[in-house]
Design a protein around this ligand. Structure first.
Ligand SMILES: NC(=O)c1ccc[n+]([C@@H]2O[C@H](COP(=O)([O-])OP(=O)(O)OC[C@H]3O[C@@H](n4cnc5c(N)ncnc54)[C@H](OP(=O)(O)O)[C@@H]3O)[C@@H](O)[C@H]2O)c1
Length: 337
């Protein structure tokens, strides 16, 4: 397709508009030439819904500073035009992280234009749709599991994953179970999510309350060899007190709050380690390695069972459910052909 023809193309996007103090989202038609500069023009086949997208949809300025804006921190699609020799027209690519969907128009539009540096070629062993079933949530889960495995061995004891029904937690639990770890998942939705979560091959599902400490003691009885915490806030503060000697906690999320109170005691009396996890600026070579893991021996089975697939029209409702903490598993956005 010729340059001018591409620029004139009309596409659809879920757009967020700022109206005074309110943020409204609707499906609008846009033109490819409206997209930001970048070496790769990509026709997006699939995107996925992450908590950060939900925040971008409601005007969280920590995620998106300028509106109107098209969210979508994940995108998988086909290169339609490339100014970088590393990519050809027709290449299937995955873009996650960097500024996509934050202040650069993201995967909730049928086209994106991004720097070539942001794209990874779809690895053998994953379809474009599967890559979005995994998405940033699965990528972050894998980064977290990598860190945990630096220290925690299968025989060390049980590993806890918090925020159990969420995207990051579900995939982290699945990978750990696949690697032979004894995984316990905590959730605020035991009554509805226990059965689906047990199908991940984990050892047990416990309630959110069982994990949360309300007494404020500096240390509690050791219980976990390691913890993948996706919640933050008091959940993170609580698990730091219950990790065993030399145990590891990873932290990636803030759904339960961005502040936590702790003390030096778990660190200086139990020698524990707290790792921060960042998927956004993850260096490119590590990014490729993580996607290769996810397409190979760590690939979670039953991805479709953890995922609901929606159209652009159906996405809005899923955003609301995520903000209300009512959703479970992963949501994939499938654009029109
Ligand atoms: N650092 C990074 O690079 C990175 C990348 C991706 C995601 N994240 C962050 O990781 C977190 C999880 O992401 P996600 O995509 O898995 O989100 P998600 O699908 O919305 O899952 C979050 C889960 O946390 C639990 N939860 C929600 N509100 C809570 C509250 N107030 N207190 C305690 N638990 C609560 C819920 O699970 P239950 O009801 O089952 O308990 C919910 O399903 C988010 O904060 C996200 O921003 C960070």
């Amino acid at each position: 397709m010729k340059g001018a023809e591409i620029m004139d193309k009309i596409y659809r996007a879920l757009r967020v508009m700022e109206k005074g103090e309110e943020y409204k989202r609707s499906i609008v038609e846009r033109q490819v030439e409206d997209l930001p500069e970048g070496e790769l023009l990509i026709k997006v086949r699939y995107s996925s819904l992450n908590y950060k997208d939900a925040l971008s949809c409601v005007g969280n300025k920590g995620v998106t500073r300028q509106y109107p804006h098209t969210p979508g921190i994940d995108a998988a699609g086909v290169v339609e035009a490339s100014e970088d020799a590393a990519f050809q027209e027709g290449d299937e690519v995955i873009v996650t992280g960097y500024d996509l969907g934050m202040n650069t128009d993201g995967g909730f539009g049928e086209y994106i234009r991004v720097p070539a540096e942001w794209a990874v070629k779809r690895p053998e062993g994953l379809t474009l749709k599967e890559s979005m079933m995994i998405g940033t949530a699965g990528f972050t889960a894998t980064l977290s599991v990598h860190k945990l495995l630096l220290t925690v061995k299968k025989e060390d004891g049980e590993v806890l994953v918090t925020g159990g029904s969420g995207g990051v937690a579900t995939i982290a639990a699945k990978i750990l179970a696949k690697l032979g770890y004894q995984v316990v998942v905590s959730t605020g939705k035991v009554s509805t999510q226990k059965d689906p979560l047990m199908k991940l091959g984990i050892k047990d599902v416990i309630s959110r309350e069982e994990v949360e400490d309300t007494r404020g003691k500096p240390m509690l009885k050791s219980r976990w060899a390691g913890v993948i915490d996706t919640v933050g806030g008091n959940t993170l503060a609580s698990v730091l007190k219950t990790v065993s000697y030399n145990g590891v906690v990873t932290t990636c999320g803030n759904v339960g709050g961005d502040r936590f109170e702790s003390s030096v005691y778990p660190f200086i009396l139990r020698g524990i380690t707290l790792y921060g996890i960042d998927s956004v600026q993850c260096p490119r070579d590590h990014r490729v390695k993580i996607w290769n893991n996810l397409s190979g021996s760590w690939k979670p089975e039953n991805l479709p069972a953890m995922t609901s697939t929606v159209s652009l029209e159906e996405l809005d409702q899923k955003v609301t459910e995520m903000l209300e903490g009512k959703h479970a598993g992963r949501v994939v956005l499938q654009h029109r052909d």
